[in-house]
Design a protein around this ligand. Structure first.
Ligand code: PLP
Length: 379
């Protein structure tokens, strides 16, 4: 059997262990220390001027804190892109609020500004606006931020940006992760850079960083003893994990380049395959890190389905995966509201994520190219 080709696996840069050794040498084996501060500095440098970052235990934790800091409470509604990973929506339930899911548009696969506006118009007429809107940059592709920000501003609803998949992506030259009232990043094992597990809350307002650190370290009031006037959480990133993050930040630009090259490889590979479209930026305002390369298969034109192709990859021990199943189709959210025109449903039916790691070897790409050529072009 050929060795397995993974969809996306961790890819160390080399200096991660150096930072971990420093942490051991100085006994900073705790959810605080120089690596935590250093990793935050690195991210703030990368994301631009006047950006404040709080390093947390996961992207999910960051979203949970962001919703709490926006004062989202039991019975409130939050609008969320339906086409996403469940971690975008679960924190809405953690705070007792109700998610309402918004469809995607076909160009970026992200929240459709028209569907968002329609939903806001209807809710405004009922006198019940959502407490927040959560937009996602799927697979690294920036959402249509101008349009979405304009709609949110029109109805004065704060935007939360789930940039978990989009570190290194830009929209009109501005980094993803800096558009929201607050934004979140993830450093889970399969993301473009990883800390094994971790996340961050990002904002241009320092007060959110301060409060996120307060809440994520058990909400201790200023006192020599343990004094609490708020419910706290244990959501801070460990100094060991942050050491991995510092090493990873040194190679982030290389990782983005490598993933974008994978995308170019697939564009070229599928050029001659009718009915297969590689997910690509709509125009030069969008710069995707191409965290995952993905395609859609039109079975009428292609003569095969997404599932046919996935099975062929699997036979060769090559991992591929259907796109995120939309949240409004998930059993757990079956009672939630939904606005849209089934764009996300069609993407889920026809879409496939392909091996996209920054550590894919030339021989592995050759295996993928051979399979596609043999099965879809030559045949
Ligand atoms: C990975 C991911 C998250 C969650 O991040 P964790 O660090 O795994 O908690 C949230 N949203 C999206 C879109 C993601 O891909």
């Amino acid at each position: 059997m050929n060795s397995k080709i993974w969809l996306s696996s961790p890819h160390m840069g080399g200096n991660e262990l150096k930072y971990i050794h420093e942490a051991f040498d100085e006994n900073w084996v705790a959810p605080l220390g120089p690596n935590v501060n250093g990793f935050e500095d690195d991210l703030e440098q990368f994301l631009g001027q006047n950006i404040y970052v709080a390093a947390l235990s996961s992207g999910t934790a960051a979203l949970h804190l962001a919703l709490m800091m926006l004062n989202v409470k039991r019975g409130d509604e939050v609008f969320c892109q339906t086409m996403t990973f469940a971690a975008s929506a679960n924190p809405i339930a953690y705070v007792g609020a109700r998610p309402v899911f918004i469809d995607s548009e076909p160009e970026t696969w992200n929240m459709c500004p028209l569907a968002l506006r329609e939903a806001l118009v209807k809710n405004a007429a009922l006198g019940k606006l959502p407490k927040a809107v959560i937009v996602v940059h799927l697979y690294g592709m920036p959402a249509k931020m101008d349009e979405i920000l304009a709609v949110c501003a029109e109805f004065e609803v704060p935007l939360l940006e789930d940039a978990a998949e989009a570190l290194g992506s830009t929209y009109r030259g501005v980094p993803c992760g800096t558009f929201g009232e607050m934004s979140v990043l993830s450093f889970n094992g399969n993301k473009i850079i990883t800390t094994s597990g971790g996340g961050a809350l990002v904002s241009s307002q320092k007060k959110y960083k301060k409060k996120a650190i307060f809440l994520s370290t058990q909400a201790r009031d200023a006192a020599p003893h343990y004094e609490h006037s708020h419910i706290g959480y244990n959501y801070r990133l460990s100094n060991i994990s942050a050491g991995i993050g510092r090493g990873q930040m040194e190679v982030l630009a290389e990782r983005v380049n490598a993933r974008r090259k994978n995308h170019d490889f697939y564009v070229k590979l599928f050029e001659k395959v009718d009915g297969v479209t590689v997910f690509t930026e709509p125009d030069e305002n969008f710069f995707s890190n191409h965290w995952l390369s993905a395609i859609t298969v039109d079975p009428d034109k292609a003569g095969f389905t997404r599932e046919d192709l996935r099975a062929k990859f699997l036979e060769q021990n090559i991992e591929s995966r259907p796109l995120w199943k939309p949240m409004h189709m998930q059993p757990v959210f079956k009672n939630a509201g939904y606005y849209g025109n089934q764009v996300a449903e069609h993407l889920f039916r026809d879409g496939l994520c392909l091996p996209s790691g920054s550590n894919l070897q030339p021989a592995e790409l050759d295996r993928i190219a051979e399979l596609v050529t043999r099965e879809l072009i030559a045949g």
